[in-house]
Design a protein around this ligand. Structure first.
Ligand SMILES: *Cc1c(COP(=O)(O)O)cnc(C)c1O
Length: 354
């Protein structure tokens, strides 16, 4: 039986995408060869890369606006330093909303001065700082749109007199935004787009080439752009599956359509969390993430019962991150409303037992 997969990442992917991907592993495009044993320079794979790049820009509404889409190695974690390597000359601003932004700050400090414009560390990142001042003279302002671990999500992005750079690893393609407000977006594939192994970077070409330092080729966005994201062998399987997932999303109606479904899922779960006395939400209500819902049992003695019921219902991946504890339900694009319904049923059964 296929489980209801609430895993935070690597995460659930659409069943039809997994089906197609498994076929391509055995025989890609009827070539009599596997997707993973053909040249990345072959016409068949180049078409995959081009399509993946085009779909990313199309879904985000960023075609013909000077942006390039790249599929790079090293995960979102490498982007923490690549962003600074390529863009930080003197001073950059970072909004610290949790573990991932903390890590991004640590790396960026190797390249210049970092101003933490706001932080929610005082409450173990259960909210998004607001009303903070963005100083002048920043090379860029870095944000993390969705905090995978703590279950908070930026709903309103700041206006700033500088480039906005955003780590969208865990909510890319999940909701409508004016993506043109960002000059650089990056996202590790394994949260909402594909298997681990590739990272989508969407960058406005005009912001590059301004720092005075020399940049090693592999870490230079301009080099990757000049080689159409094929400077070295790309993660062919991850790029292919990401392309299939984007295609699936486009056929579904794109971001406007998935946003409606994601809102329904989040509403269903959060209303259960709020109404059910057995559970307490972790993140502050106005900042709750539609992707990762964090919550706790009000009585820890009920843990064994709850975990047993989850197991019986075929629910996977609900344990909270070790830095928060409790539970976390990740409701990425491919998770169905039905799966959330199954979880909510288990939660209401807990209320009857509790
Ligand atoms: C998971 C995650 C990362 C780290 O991604 P890797 O691809 O494992 O390096 C960075 N940022 C956010 C918001 C994440 O959720």
């Amino acid at each position: 039986m296929k489980k209801h997969n609430f895993s935070a990442g690597p995460c659930i992917l659409p069943q039809e995408v997994l089906q197609k991907a498994s076929e391509a592993i055995l025989d890609f495009n009827g070539l009599g060869l596997s997707l993973v044993e053909i040249s990345h320079r072959s016409k068949d794979f180049v078409a995959v890369m081009e399509k993946a790049q085009a779909l990313a820009l199309e879904l985000l509404g960023l075609e013909d606006q000077g942006y390039k889409a790249l599929f790079l190695h090293g995960g979102a974690s490498l982007e923490f330093l690549m962003v600074a390597y390529n863009l930080l000359e003197k001073k950059a601003g970072y909004l610290n909303t949790g573990t991932w932004s903390d890590k991004a700050i640590k790396e960026a400090k190797l390249f210049g001065e970092i101003v933490e414009v706001g932080s929610s560390k005082d409450e173990n990142f259960n909210y998004i700082p607001k009303g903070y001042i963005v100083p002048d003279g920043l090379d860029y302002l870095h944000l993390t749109s969705n905090n995978t671990i703590f279950g908070t999500q930026i709903k309103k992005f700041p206006k700033a007199n500088t480039s906005l750079v955003c780590d969208m690893s865990s909510d890319i393609f999940s909701r409508q935004l004016d993506f043109s407000q960002f000059d650089l977006i990056y996202a590790g594939a394994q949260k909402n787009m594909g298997p681990a192994g590739t990272t989508l970077v969407v960058v406005k070409e005009a912001i590059l080439g301004k720092v005075s330092r020399q940049i090693p080729s592999m870490l230079d966005y301009k080099v990757h752009i000049s080689k159409d994201s094929m400077f070295n062998t790309p993660a062919v399987f991850s790029v292919y599956v990401s392309m299939l997932t984007m295609e699936w999303l486009k056929n579904l109606g794109g971001i406007p359509e998935i946003e409606k479904i994601n809102e329904k899922k989040a509403q269903l779960l959060y209303s259960e969390i709020d109404l059910n006395p057995v559970f307490d939400g972790y993140a502050q209500k106005e900042d709750r993430s539609n992707m990762n819902a964090t919550f706790n049992l009000t009585d820890e003695d009920l843990k064994e019962t709850f975990d047993e019921l989850l197991k019986e219902a075929g629910i996977n991946g609900l344990n909270g991150h070790r830095s928060v504890g409790g539970y976390r339900a990740s409701m990425y694009n491919a998770l169905s409303l039905d799966s959330v319904g199954v979880l909510v049923d288990v939660m209401s059964e807990m209320e009857r037992k509790g």
